[in-house]
Ligand binder design. Structure first.
Ligand SMILES: *Cc1c(COP(=O)(O)O)cnc(C)c1O
Length: 370
């Protein structure tokens, strides 16, 4: 038995992989693999339409939002977002680039800020960099711009392990700027009120499926503002008008995402997964907090339920720890190189048994080396 704690690409539900294997050579009697189908044929159209309907139902996405499948991952979106939104407040037809507000809560926000700065003026409205990203700046301390084109957050910092436990309200301070959220590493792990966001986006390879597809959920009034130099394939309006088929979409990745959406429905939907994710996080943080052999330094009110970085008291034991974990089938626990230590990513597809196996190992290792 193996449990895979990778931060991404990450564990997928075994049932999904089994179904994909069963359907690999012949999808539903079509005589074709999904990989071999025209994206415009009736077989593939039924796959993508079901995936869209399922994710809309799972996230309760209002009808005035489009769901787009793009490529390039969340990192490409760091450029695509300002290219689509930076002129939001400019006079009609002028495409004047404005100010975008960003909240810096960790490695991924830092990257988003750097990239956006190539396309527009960035105001870092709040940052926890001086606290080594161990907490999220209180909403009351954000210095938002009255005329912001949009406000960007990373709602779960995969590397640093901080997660918003609420949706920040930004419209009142900005005369209605939309909230834009990078949800790559916690989308579908908890209930979210989509109507509070202008744009939600994420790469699939954490909680949705294989790498190669990016999901963008965008309110319709935010379409049609792209800067003139925005590549057509990244202009959300063009992509939306073409039902995500302006260019060939990543067909196989979308098919697997669709199987994951069906799996989530069978689990009882996002609320059921959220309850499980809370239990998993309690189990792991609870143990880490119970001993000074291990530590997690993130403020209790913003600890991520998905990505749990932790340290051994003695760094010199790291390699021994990882080798012993691997022997027990506990894989990919090494922390990100920028943070060090360990990181356990416990996405939707990680069962509580996997977290229990990790806690059992933490205890045994401490007994041996503490
Ligand atoms: C993984 C991740 C990214 C990067 O995604 P790519 O698919 O590599 O572009 C960006 N933001 C967050 C929060 C992530 O977890």
């Amino acid at each position: 038995m193996v449990y895979n704690f990778s931060a991404g690409p990450a564990v997928l539900p075994k049932e999904v992989l089994q179904q994909a294997a069963d359907e690999m050579l012949d999808w539903h009697g079509s005589g074709m693999s999904v990989m071999e189908m025209s994206h415009r044929g009736k077989e593939y159209m039924s796959i993508i339409e079901a995936a869209l309907a399922d994710v809309r139902a799972l996230m309760n996405i209002p009808s005035n939002y489009k769901v787009l499948f793009l490529q390039g991952g969340a990192i490409a979106e760091n450029a695509i977002i300002p290219m689509n939104l930076a002129a939001l407040r400019s006079p009609a037809g002028k495409h004047e680039v404005g100010v975008a507000d960003y909240i810096n809560t960790g490695s991924w926000s830092t990257k988003s800020i750097k990239e956006a700065g190539r396309y527009c003026t960035v105001n870092v409205a709040a940052s926890s960099a001086d606290r080594k990203f161990a907490s999220i700046p209180a909403r009351a301390d954000w210095k938002l711009s009255r005329n912001a084109a949009y406000v960007h957050i990373c709602s779960n910092e995969t590397i640093d392990g901080v997660e918003y436990q609420y949706t920040p309200e930004v419209a009142a301070d900005t005369d209605g700027a939309p909230l834009v959220a990078d949800m790559s590493s916690h989308i579908l792990s908890r209930e979210v009120d989509v109507s509070k966001y202008g744009v939600i986006y994420g790469g699939a390879q954490k909680n949705i499926g294989p790498a190669g597809v990016t999901i963008v959920i965008v309110r319709e009034d935010l379409l049609g503002h792209a800067l003139p130099f925005c590549p057509s394939a990244f202009d959300w309006k063009i992509v939306a008008d073409n039902d995500s088929m302006y260019n060939t979409p990543p067909t196989y990745a979308i098919y697997i995402a669709g199987l994951v959406f069906q799996w989530i429905k069978r689990q009882g939907g996002v609320a059921a997964l959220e309850a499980r994710n809370i239990a998993k996080a309690r189990l792991l943080y609870g143990y880490l907090d119970s001993t000074d052999f291990y530590s997690n330094r993130i403020a209790a009110d913003c600890r991520s339920r998905m990505n749990v970085p932790f340290f051994l008291r003695d760094d010199a034991l790291n390699d021994t720890f990882l080798a012993g974990a691997k022997e027990r089938g506990l894989l990919q626990l090494k922390g990100h190189k920028s943070v060090g230590g360990m990181r356990a990513s416990i996405y939707n597809a990680m069962p509580i048994e996997g977290v229990q196996a990790l806690v059992d190992y933490l205890k045994d290792f401490e007994k041996q080396h503490g």
